[in-house]
Each structure stands twice: as structure tokens, then as C-alpha cells.
Design a protein around this ligand. Structure first.
Ligand code: HEC
Ligand code: HEC
Ligand code: HEC
Ligand code: HEC
Ligand code: HEC
Length: 495
């Protein structure tokens, strides 16, 4: 068998070009087998090795195959022979003599072609599978995706593949994504991409096709009670609580539910003035009877947004940070204090921690050093005794803050604190308030509703207790009526 193969190979490599082709193909095939074995054994997981295995080697393999007929043609020209004459010269007459199933050369050619097709087919399937792995998407492009890869790994979707949100299902989605992938490959290779990567991401699959494979809008659950702890910049880092009962709902209830926007039959469309979708020109509510109600932004010129894209609001207009969740520095420190990762018994730790993480450092190494020295410098100013008496606790705190900085700030991609907005709430008048705003009015003059109890009940706001407003109010409390209503709603469940 091997002898027959070698004979064939010797015959088919008609000149040096053909022989080069055969060596290339054979070498690519053997190296592929070796690397694939290593990957199956778990020795190799690196994304670059994957790029070599699944892109470079198959390309060399095909190139080698193409060189064979090229060499054949060159030889025919040189000796002035027909294909048949050349074949007889190279393989010997006996191999060309028709046997039971045609000439034996053709049998070998058919067999090898079959093997090639199986190999290329299998290789392509492995390649597509491999390119769907989050590790590939996250690490193959010289750190371009490091911010997203880092935040992804710390998110509730850490086990959802990138492609499940970014590509979606079906052949069309696959082709689109490979074309866009090629474009990205070019822009990474020639360093044409922007830093940070701009959002919104326009190629994202419609959320209705992706998110809804796992989350059903009509299964969205009543209220979600959420508490934020903010610590004062005082010596005790005193905690203050804000608690909301967010009216998520399914949008099928009596009204006043957040997921109403995506409930069956409802459609909200909008045109934004800017590419970032931060300021709306108009917002339109499509009604079940086919009519529409349009709210126009009085702050912007009447023709603004005419050229802008019109978009149907979906999950990612609110959950744009569903996975790539970057922390606000103050929130990040507060959460670590609340979870006990940062030791609140260190006097003034809140203020000192913020002073350490906020400055703009030149690069990752400078940040690593700067955060640690920044923390100590803050104590050197305010409480130099702590530097000695609590040295180990300070080291631990510095390590926690360095990790927090690494997670959120990515110098190479110019991702700093709060580079990306989060549309879920209404920080700085963005998020929900892009539409729920007194300046967006329909032709009767009615605005998109925006009162403070539309989306949440406020159970505490910067209060000493997490459920402050549910405790009985004093008789002279100006908020007494409001608090009694909250007590009835949340403690007694009576309207
Ligand atoms: C659960 C869904 C989901 C998963 C899983 C996911 N993403 Fe995203 N990704 C999003 C959404 C939503 C956005 C924000 C779109 C916007 O703002 O328009 C986004 C934005 C991005 C951006 C633009 C920059 C940014 O930070 O907003 C990049 C790059 C990106 N994703 C890469 C990845 C990579 C790489 C992975 C896998 C390691 C991944 N994504 C996994 C949903 C997802
Ligand atoms: C392959 C399944 C899958 C897909 C696709 C998916 N998710 Fe999730 N999602 C999950 C899982 C699992 C959790 C974690 C639930 C938990 O830990 O309680 C989750 C959690 C969430 C949460 C709650 C996070 C929190 O604060 O607790 C939100 C919001 C969310 N997903 C939004 C989205 C959005 C928006 C998309 C589309 C861009 C999406 N998901 C796509 C599976 C998925
Ligand atoms: C109008 C804005 C908006 C839209 C549109 C929206 N959501 Fe939400 N969603 C919210 C808010 C606000 C919360 C409250 C929870 C929070 O703050 O984390 C929430 C909560 C959730 C949760 C967590 C529920 C829980 O009990 O913890 C999931 C999962 C979720 N949304 C998925 C989706 C999916 C999937 C879609 C699209 C079909 C969607 N959302 C559309 C605003 C929205
Ligand atoms: C693109 C514009 C837009 C954005 C962004 C938006 N909404 Fe709305 N929302 C609307 C419109 C339009 C209505 C319908 C107003 C009406 O009925 O008068 C609405 C209605 C609502 C309602 C009442 C639903 C009902 O059952 O009647 C709630 C609650 C709500 N939104 C919460 C939110 C929250 C929370 C966010 C941010 C996380 C948000 N919205 C973001 C446009 C928007
Ligand atoms: C259109 C819906 C909507 C309206 C109207 C609204 N909020 Fe909110 N608000 C939210 C959502 C959603 C969040 C939660 C954000 C998150 O989960 O991160 C929030 C968060 C908050 C928070 C806590 C988070 C923070 O940033 O400190 C406070 C306090 C708050 N809202 C106060 C108010 C007040 C006061 C008003 C009236 C002026 C108001 N809200 C009107 C949707 C709304």
C-alpha cells in the first residue's frame, strides 16, 4: 500500500513544482494530524495554534494540491507530450492498462481525492466549531477583545458562547458572520480598528432571535427587589442604602411594567439624533389596532433624526451591558465593601480606595504599582499609624483594588472607567430617560410618562436602613402618607 502510494507520488510530481506541491500537502496533512491530536489530548488550547491548525494548514494543503496539475502542465509543455503520453511515461504502461475498474492510476487518484475531500470537509467542520469557541473570539486577535473577554468571564453569561449572542442561528447568520470576521481580520492585521471598539454594535443579531432562546418575555417575573449600598467617605465608611422594587413584570399585567416594551403585540420604534442612540429625535408607539402614537423631542430640531436609522426597541436597548459589564469605580468599591472583600474596619477605606483607583495611569504595569502606592499614600496623609499597625490588611486591600482595576480598565484598548454607558437605569439622564422625558410629547401635548413610581417603588433612598420607608412613620413625618401606602403594598399586600 505504502509502496503503491510512493510510486504514485513519484509519478504524479511531474517536475519540481509538482513535487513541491506534494511535499506541501503531505506535510500540512501530517502536521494537522499532530496538532489535532495534541488538541484532543488537551495539551494545546491556544487560539493562535488553532488559527494555524484550522486556517493556515488547510490553506497550504489546498495550495499543494493546486501545484500538482500546474507541474503536470509545465511538464507537458516542456516535453511536448499529451496527457496520456506523459502519464504512460511517468507511471509505466502497466499502471495505465485498463483493469476491471479502470486504470489502476485512476483508482489511486479516486481514492486520494476521496481522502482529500473527507479531510477538507472534516477540517472545515472542525474549523467552524473551533471559531465558535469563546476562547477563540476572546483571545485570537492580539488583545483587541481583552476588555470584552475579561468582563464576559465575570458575567452571568460566562457559559454562553459569544456566537450565541453575536451570530445567531442559521446558515445566513453564519455566512454574514464569516464575512464580517474577514473584515475584522483585516482591520486587526493593519491596525485599522477603533479604540475602544465603538458601540452600539450594529451587526448584533436581533435580540428576539438570540436572547429569547433562553429568556421568555412572558415568563418575566413580577418585581425585583434590588438594594444598592453606598458608603460615605467618612472614617467608618458608613453604609447608606437605596432599595427599589423594580416593576419588571411580563408586560401583560394591568400596566406599568418594564417588560411591557417587549411583550407580544407591543412595538416601540425610535430614531436617534446621534449614532450612539443617546438622544432621541422621536419615539413611536405602535398600537395593536394598527395606529401609532409618536412623541417628538422638543429639544431637537424638527428634521433631526430624519436621516438616522429607525430602530425597533429590543432587549439590548436596555440590557446593552448584559455581559460586558464594566463597573463604575465608586460602585465597584462599594460592592466590594458590602461583600466584605474590602475590610470596612480599615478607617476611611472608602475614600482611600477611590483615591487609589481613580487616577489615569499610563499602562497596566503603572496601574498595578500606582493603585498600591496610591492606597498607601492616602493613609500616609490621613492615618500614618495604619501603615504599620494594619500593614497586612492594607496589602490585601491593595490586591483587591488592583484586581478591580484590571477587570475594568484596559489601556491597550483605551477602555477607562465608564467608557461604555449602561442603559438599564437613568444615570446622567441616559438609559430610560432618553425616552421617558418631559420633552418627548405627542401631538396632544402628553409626554412619555416619567414619574418616579412608574418603574419602581422606592423603599429606601440613601437611608441608614435598607428598607427605611417600610418602617412606621412618625405622625409629623411629611412623607407619612406615602410610607403608609408603601407599607400597605409591600407588608400587607393590600392596595
Ligand atoms: C449574552 C449575550 C452576549 C455574549 C455571550 C457575548 N456578548 Fe458581546 N455584546 C453583547 C451585547 C448586548 C453587546 C452590546 C451591544 C451594544 O452596546 O450595542 C456586546 C458588545 C460587544 C462588543 C463591543 C464592545 C463592548 O464592550 O460593548 C464586543 C467587541 C463584543 N461584544 C465581543 C464579545 C466576545 C469576544 C464575546 C465572547 C468572549 C462576547 N462578546 C459574548 C452580548 C453578548
Ligand atoms: C444560552 C442561553 C442564554 C442566552 C442566549 C442569553 N442568556 Fe441571559 N442569562 C442566561 C443565564 C443562564 C443567566 C443566569 C441566570 C442566573 O444566574 O440566575 C442569564 C442571566 C441574565 C440576566 C440577569 C442578570 C442579573 O442581573 O441577574 C439578564 C438581564 C440577561 N440574562 C439578559 C440577556 C440578554 C439581554 C440576552 C441577549 C443579548 C441574553 N440574556 C441571552 C442565559 C442566556
Ligand atoms: C425597557 C427596557 C428593557 C427591555 C426592552 C428589556 N428589559 Fe429586561 N430588564 C429591564 C430592567 C430595568 C430589569 C430590572 C433588573 C435589573 O435592573 O437588573 C430587567 C430585568 C431582566 C432580567 C432579570 C430578571 C430577574 O428577575 O432578575 C432578565 C433575564 C431580562 N430582563 C431579560 C430581558 C430580555 C431577554 C429582554 C428582551 C426580550 C428584555 N429583558 C427587555 C429592562 C428591560
Ligand atoms: C426608545 C424609547 C424608550 C426607552 C429607551 C424606554 N422606554 Fe419605557 N416606554 C416607552 C414608550 C413610548 C412607552 C409608552 C408610553 C405610553 O404608553 O404613553 C413606554 C412605557 C413604559 C412603561 C409603562 C408600561 C405600561 O405597562 O404601560 C414602563 C414601566 C417603562 N416604559 C419603563 C422603562 C424603563 C425602566 C426603561 C429603561 C430601562 C425604559 N422604559 C426605556 C419608550 C421607551
Ligand atoms: C422609566 C423608568 C424609570 C423612571 C421614570 C424612574 N426610574 Fe429610577 N430607576 C429605573 C431603573 C430601571 C433603575 C435601576 C437601574 C439598575 O438596575 O441599575 C432605577 C434606579 C434608580 C435609583 C437607584 C440607582 C442609582 O443610580 O442610585 C434611584 C435612587 C432612582 N432610580 C430614583 C428615581 C427617581 C427619584 C425618579 C423620579 C425622578 C426615578 N427614579 C424615575 C427606572 C426609572
Amino acid at each position: 500500500m505504502l509502496r503503491r502510494y510512493l510510486n504514485f507520488v513519484r509519478g504524479v510530481g511531474a517536475d519540481w513544482v509538482g513535487r513541491l506541491g506534494i511535499s506541501l500537502t503531505t506535510a500540512a496533512f501530517l502536521v494537522f494530524l499532530f496538532l489535532e491530536l495534541m488538541r484532543i489530548l488537551g495539551v494545546l488550547t491556544n487560539a493562535y495554534v488553532g488559527l494555524v491548525t484550522y486556517l493556515l494548514l488547510p490553506a497550504l494543503f489546498v495550495l499543494g494540491l493546486l501545484l500538482v496539475p500546474l507541474g503536470w502542465r509545465r511538464a507537458r509543455r516542456r516535453f511536448g507530450l499529451s496527457s496520456r503520453e506523459l502519464a504512460e511515461a511517468r507511471f509505466g504502461r502497466s499502471a495505465m492498462r485498463p483493469g476491471l475498474a479502470g486504470a489502476s492510476v485512476f483508482g489511486v487518484i479516486a481514492l486520494l481525492t476521496g481522502i482529500n475531500l473527507v479531510f477538507l470537509g472534516g477540517g472545515t467542520a472542525r474549523m467552524l466549531h473551533f471559531m465558535d469557541q469563546p476562547r477563540f473570539c476572546g483571545t485570537a486577535c492580539h488583545g483587541v477583545m481583552i476588555p470584552e473577554w475579561t468582563t464576559y468571564q465575570a458575567s452571568p453569561h460566562a457559559h454562553v458562547h459569544c456566537v450565541e449572542c453575536h451570530v445567531g442561528e442559521g446558515f445566513r447568520a453564519l455566512v454574514d458572520s464569516k464575512i464580517s470576521g474577514l473584515r475584522q481580520l483585516v482591520s486587526v492585521t493593519f491596525d485599522l480598528h477603533e479604540r475602544p471598539i465603538p458601540t452600539p454594535v450594529r451587526e448584533l443579531r436581533p435580540a428576539r432571535e438570540t436572547c429569547e432562546r433562553c429568556h421568555w418575555p412572558d415568563r418575566f417575573y413580577g418585581d425585583r427587589i434590588k438594594t444598592w449600598v453606598r458608603h460615605e467617605p467618612d472614617s467608618a465608611s458608613t453604609p447608606r442604602y437605596t432599595t427599589l422594587a423594580l416593576k419588571i413584570g411580563s408586560g401583560r399585567g394591568a400596566g406599568g411594567e418594564i417588560h411591557w416594551h417587549v411583550a407580544a403585540g407591543n412595538e416601540v420604534r425610535y430614531a436617534s439624533v446621534d449614532d450612539e442612540r443617546r438622544e432621541m429625535a422621536w419615539v413611536e408607539l405602535r398600537l395593536a389596532d394598527g395606529g401609532a402614537r409618536r412623541f417628538v423631542n422638543r429639544r431637537v430640531r424638527a428634521d433631526a433624526g430624519r436621516a438616522a436609522e429607525v430602530r425597533v426597541l429590543d432587549c439590548v436597548d436596555c440590557h446593552n451591558r448584559a455581559t460586558h459589564i464594566y463597573e463604575d469605580p465608586e460602585r465597584g468599591v462599594d460592592e466590594r465593601l458590602a461583600r466584605g472583600e474590602l475590610d470596612r474596619s480599615l478607617p476611611g477605606i472608602k475614600a482611600a480606595a477611590l483615591a487609589a483607583v481613580l487616577p489615569l495611569y499610563a499602562d497596566a504595569a503603572a496601574a498595578e504599582r500606582g493603585v498600591a502606592t496610591g492606597l498607601r499614600a492616602a493613609y500616609a496623609r490621613e492615618r500614618p499609624d495604619i501603615l504599620i499597625s494594619r500593614a497586612e490588611d492594607l496589602d490585601r486591600a491593595a490586591a483587591v483594588l488592583q484586581a478591580m482595576h484590571r477587570r475594568n480598565v484596559h489601556h491597550a484598548m483605551r477602555v477607562g472607567w465608564n467608557s461604555y454607558p449602561d442603559h438599564r437605569g437613568h444615570a446622567d439622564g441616559g438609559g430610560c430617560f432618553r425616552c421617558h422625558d418631559a420633552d418627548l410629547r405627542d401631538e396632544t401635548g402628553a409626554a412619555v410618562p416619567h414619574d418616579c413610581t412608574l418603574c419602581h417603588s422606592i423603599l429606601a433612598q440613601d437611608s441608614p436602613l435598607p428598607f427605611e420607608y417600610l418602617s412606621p412613620a412618625a405622625a409629623d413625618d411629611p412623607e407619612r402618607l406615602h410610607r403608609e401606602a408603601l407599607r400597605r403594598e409591600f407588608l400587607e399586600r393590600t392596595p
